[in-house]
Write a protein that binds this ligand. Structure first.
Ligand code: ZN
Ligand code: ZN
Length: 388
């Protein structure tokens, strides 16, 4: 078969039916990346951009795409100054070192930050291209915190921690934009997980093109339209070496959903793209100005403008059933009950919900060893909780 663009012999077959040669395939993939950035208009020329690297296939391709686009000498040159950031932990020191080498081949600086800095919330920028050193007590507290939670909650919480670290370190190097390299596969898993753990209202932030929960730093996903099949071809054509593979904790909701999605994809080629297209439709992303935000994940806590969630519905039943059997005239309308819930959060199983934490983070909060949380966060939650 011949390439459908230039009719030379084909080397790439996508979705079992589209034939391309290496050249045309690379042109199309580069174009997809640029079109995704262009269409969404979030970049200002000469902006500092931080690229969050995991070392996986998506991350390896994203780094190469950025390098290619910024090295062009024509009008198509991508005018940004890239910096890289990698978050490592004790079990992945070798990986971190491989990522430093990966970045050196592109002559781009990488800041390698230990995830445990979350514990002290002192986000000091380490020296570029070296592993950040960290004190023993922070390292231990972080491990204890993560180990105190069941695997599904720990996976979810770790994603929130990584998001906070990306945003905070971006601010340190004056980047108002962060690129992350989630592939459509990761996003499909994240979407289904979000729905399962009660983060339905945050789908657009977690799975869409742009996460603008922070006022100063936007996280964008410029390769979200490139499939894993295309990424694998890209890696093999350019002979790149991804240094990291899956890191989801096994025996968790996320790992079950991940194997469910990839097994389905093997037999039904449209699975992942259908899931991702659905995500674009169900999201309702607003510029959230002045609304209260969750202290852990920065999602809106704007209960008044939200339709009633399953959690609120359960709470309404709970409040009504706790009342005397005689009808209480105070609660004639559902809105009265919602009002009551907002003012009396202690009637809820999660006392901090909707005031300081979203539903998903409240669940994690109820499952973790609270004494290990960062002091600043403990203090905020405690001070705020005194009024209850
Ligand atoms: Zn061709
Ligand atoms: Zn939250």
């Amino acid at each position: 078969m011949n390439c459908k663009k230039c009719y030379s012999p084909s080397t790439v077959i996508l979705r079992k039916k589209d034939y391309y040669c290496d050249n045309c395939f690379m042109l199309i993939t580069n174009h997809k990346f640029r079109a995704c950035l262009g269409k969404n208009k979030v970049l200002i020329p000469y902006e500092n951009v931080m690229i969050g690297l995991s070392g996986g296939v998506g991350s390896t391709v994203l780094l190469d795409l950025v390098h290619h686009a910024t090295s062009l000498e024509n009008t198509k040159k991508l005018r940004i100054s890239p910096f890289c950031l990698h978050l490592y932990d004790d079990d992945s020191r070798e990986l971190a070192e491989s990522i430093i080498k990966q970045c050196q081949t592109y002559k781009i600086d990488v800041f390698v930050v230990h995830q445990a800095v979350y514990i002290n919330s002192k986000y000091e920028l380490p020296e570029a291209n070296t592993l950040q050193k960290i004190c023993e007590s922070e390292r231990r507290d972080f491990k204890d915190l993560m180990n105190s939670m069941p695997p599904s909650a720990a996976n979810d919480f770790l994603l929130k921690i990584k998001r906070i670290l990306l945003v905070e370190f971006a601010k340190k190097i004056n980047c108002s934009v962060v690129f992350t390299a989630e592939t459509t596969n990761t996003l499909a898993v994240n979407l289904l997980t979000n729905l399962a753990i009660g983060r339905g209202s945050q789908v657009q932030y977690d799975v869409g093109f742009c996460d603008n929960r922070d006022d100063k730093v936007k996280i964008i996903r410029p390769i979200k339209d490139i499939s894993i099949e295309e990424l694998n071809y890209y890696v093999s054509i350019k002979q790149l070496t991804p240094v990291n593979y899956n890191h989801i904790k096994s025996k968790s909701l996320q790992s079950v959903i991940s194997s469910f999605v990839s097994e389905l994809q093997d037999n039904f080629q449209a699975t992942i793209s259908t899931v991702c297209k659905t995500a674009d439709k169900i999201g309702d992303q607003r510029e959230s100005i002045n609304s209260e935000k969750c202290l852990i994940c920065e999602s809106d806590l704007d209960m008044k403008n939200m339709k009633m969630s399953a959690f609120e519905a359960t709470n309404v039943s709970r409040i009504v059933s706790l009342k005397d059997s005689q009808a209480d005239p105070t609660y004639q309308e559902t809105s009265d009950i919602l009002h009551h819930m907002q003012n009396n959060t202690n009637t809820s199983v999660f006392p901090l919900i909707n005031k300081y934490l979203c539903y998903g983070c409240s669940r994690n909060h109820s499952e973790m060893n609270l004494h290990k949380l960062p002091n600043q966060l403990q203090k905020a939650l405690r001070t705020n909780n005194l009024g209850i």
